[in-house]
Structures are given as structure tokens and as C-alpha cells.
Write a protein that binds this ligand. Structure first.
Ligand SMILES: NC(=O)C1=CN([C@@H]2O[C@H](COP(=O)(O)OP(=O)(O)OC[C@H]3O[C@@H](n4cnc5c(N)ncnc54)[C@H](O)[C@@H]3O)[C@@H](O)[C@H]2O)C=CC1
Ligand SMILES: O=C(O)[C@@H]1CCC=N1
Length: 279
């Protein structure tokens, strides 16, 4: 347990909540070690306080002074609003973890005008149940012990991958946005099941169990996905027919296009919001 840390979340949206839930579920920190702050929405802060027993405040300066770790969980468009407020308040003793898509650690470092350790983090919402695929990349002022600390802490929300910051865009396309592709896939499996005559709740249950089973097969057997696929595909059988239809409808290229689309938006966010550097 990280008994000496206090974690302040700036931003109280879905990603902050998913991380808070995961950290507390794994008891890596106690609720009293977490502070959440947002722009104005007091109901949302109260909701998080009641649900998780954490602290909440609208006093950003107080939340920073209390913290050892500051997690930026605002939208990329709000980055300069926050760095303007943090400048002079945040110190070299803090560690910043930024989950913002697209925004680089160097931008945050430059904006803060001090040697503040910044770690880029890309989690996903499966953090909520401790099943995120999370990437971390250190900035210019991050030490090895700080990276190890971040890895240990974030292991509470799932598996952590240490990558180069240049790889963050593609990681975001695969894993940050990734759960959404699978949810979309389930929506369509469910629709097709309903079109075939199954009732919606049953269709959902069947689709979910199918994806859970497939995911567990990948994890527990460590077999290559292509091998598992071939094991299902009898010559001239139903799976072959299904896969041919998937390919013909562009399903395979569509998956790659989704990753590329998200990764390219991650790059674009950078040019959109880092361009407004406070000059
Ligand atoms: N939702 C997801 O699946 C993932 C999101 N992210 C990143 O997490 C960040 C947050 O995303 P969400 O939680 O989905 O957004 P959200 O819109 O649910 O939450 C954003 C939060 O920021 C707060 N905020 C806005 N301006 C503020 C200010 N000036 N001071 C303090 N708080 C302020 C809002 O009140 C809100 O609580 C984004 O940068 C996103 O790129 C990263 C990985 C996955
Ligand atoms: O949609 C977004 O921009 C965020 C970043 C990764 C997942 N959700």
C-alpha cells in the first residue's frame, strides 16, 4: 500500500472515476489519500465523495499542496487553463501523471516552466475493475524511481506497459479507445442475434459470454489468436462462411482503420491544443 502518497485528481469525469474505483478496489491506497477536484460541478464531487469515501474540494491550490501525486484527468482542450493555474503552485516534489490523449509531457513541462516530473499515462475505462491496459512514458524530469512508483501504483488498475512517448498515439488507438470497439462489436452481435430471433437480454448475454470466453482463451491458453481462429474454422463450415462475410464487408480493414483513426486524432489533438501555447 502507498501509505505516504496523497493523490489529487484534477478532473472528476469518467476516467478519473474509473481510476479511483480501481485504485480503491485493489486497496493500494485508502480513500482518505485521494482528493478530487473539478471545474464547478459540486454535485459530481459529492457523488464521488459519497460513493468512494474520498475527499473533494474546489480549491485547486489546496488540493495541490496536499498532494504528492497529481493526476491530470481533464480534457485536452483544458490543458492550458490548468497549467496556468498550476504554475508556481506545483513543485519539483510532486509527480504529475497526465492521462490526456495527445498532449505531450514536454508541452506540460514547458507550460509549467519548472523541472516538474511529468509521466504520460494512457489508461482505459476498464481501470474501474482493475483490468486496464495502461501505458506509461516518462518525461524529461522523471526519475527511474518515479517511473517504478507509477508502474506499481497503476498496476492496481490493470496491466502496465512502459513505452516510448512516441508510441502513445498508437497505444491510445489500440488500448485507450479500444474498449469502445469491443462494445460496438457487442452491440452489433446483439443486433444480429435479435434479427435472428433472440430476445435482446438473451442476445446480450450470449454476445458477452462469447467475447469473455474468447478473451479468456487468449489469456489462459497463451495461444496465438490466428491458431484459435483456425481451430473454430471447419473447411466449408459456418465459421468460414462468417469470416468470408466479415472480410467482404470490410470488417478486417475496419478494425485497423479504427486504430489508425484514433491514433491520428491523438496526433491532431496535440496540434490543436498545443498550438495555443500561452504566448
Ligand atoms: N474516457 C476514457 O475512456 C479515457 C479518457 N482519457 C483522457 O482522460 C481525460 C478525461 O476524460 P474523461 O474523463 O472521459 O472526460 P470528462 O469530460 O468525463 O471529465 C473531464 C473533467 O474535467 C473537469 N474539468 C474541466 N475543466 C476543468 C478545470 N478548469 N479545472 C478542473 N477540472 C476541470 C470537468 O469538470 C470533468 O470533471 C481526457 O483528457 C481523455 O483524453 C484517457 C484514456 C481513456
Ligand atoms: O476519446 C478520447 O479522446 C479518450 C482518449 C482515449 C479514450 N478516450
Amino acid at each position: 500500500m502507498f501509505t505516504n502518497e496523497t493523490i489529487t485528481f484534477i478532473g472528476a469525469g469518467s476516467m478519473a472515476e474509473a481510476m479511483i474505483a480501481g485504485l480503491l478496489k485493489n486497496e493500494i491506497v485508502a480513500p482518505q489519500q485521494i482528493i478530487v477536484t473539478n471545474k464547478t460541478n459540486v454535485e459530481r464531487r459529492s457523488e464521488l465523495k459519497e460513493t468512494y469515501g474520498i475527499n473533494e474540494t474546489n480549491n485547486l491550490e489546496f488540493a495541490i499542496k496536499e498532494a504528492t501525486i497529481v493526476i491530470l484527468a481533464i480534457k485536452p482542450k483544458d490543458i492550458t487553463t490548468i497549467t496556468n493555474k498550476l504554475r508556481g503552485v506545483i513543485t519539483e516534489k510532486h509527480v504529475i501523471m497526465s492521462v490526456l490523449a495527445g498532449i505531450t509531457s514536454s508541452f506540460i513541462e514547458e507550460e509549467l516552466m519548472a523541472a516538474i516530473p511529468v509521466i504520460r499515462v494512457m489508461p482505459n475505462t476498464s481501470s474501474m475493475i482493475g483490468e486496464s491496459a495502461t501505458a506509461i512514458a516518462g518525461g524529461k524530469y522523471t526519475s527511474m524511481p518515479q517511473m517504478l512508483m507509477a508502474k506499481d501504483l497503476l498496476t492496481a488498475i490493470g496491466q502496465v506497459f512502459v513505452i516510448e512517448e512516441e508510441q502513445m498515439d498508437v497505444f491510445t488507438g489500440v488500448a485507450g479507445s479500444g474498449p469502445a470497439y469491443f462494445y460496438k462489436l457487442i452491440e452489433h452481435l446483439q443486433k444480429a442475434a435479435c434479427d435472428g430471433g433472440l430476445k435482446p437480454p438473451l442476445a446480450k448475454e450470449i454476445a458477452v459470454q462469447t467475447i469473455v470466453g474468447a478473451a479468456k482463451m487468449l489469456e489462459e491458453t497463451s495461444t496465438e489468436p490466428a491458431t484459435l481462429r483456425k481451430n473454430i474454422t471447419s473447411p466449408n463450415g459456418t465459421t468460414e462462411a462468417g469470416l468470408k462475410a466479415l472480410e467482404a464487408a470490410g470488417g478486417c480493414t475496419a478494425i485497423e482503420a479504427a486504430v489508425k483513426g484514433a491514433a491520428s486524432r491523438s496526433k491532431e489533438l496535440r496540434t490543436e491544443y498545443e498550438a495555443v501555447i500561452s504566448k
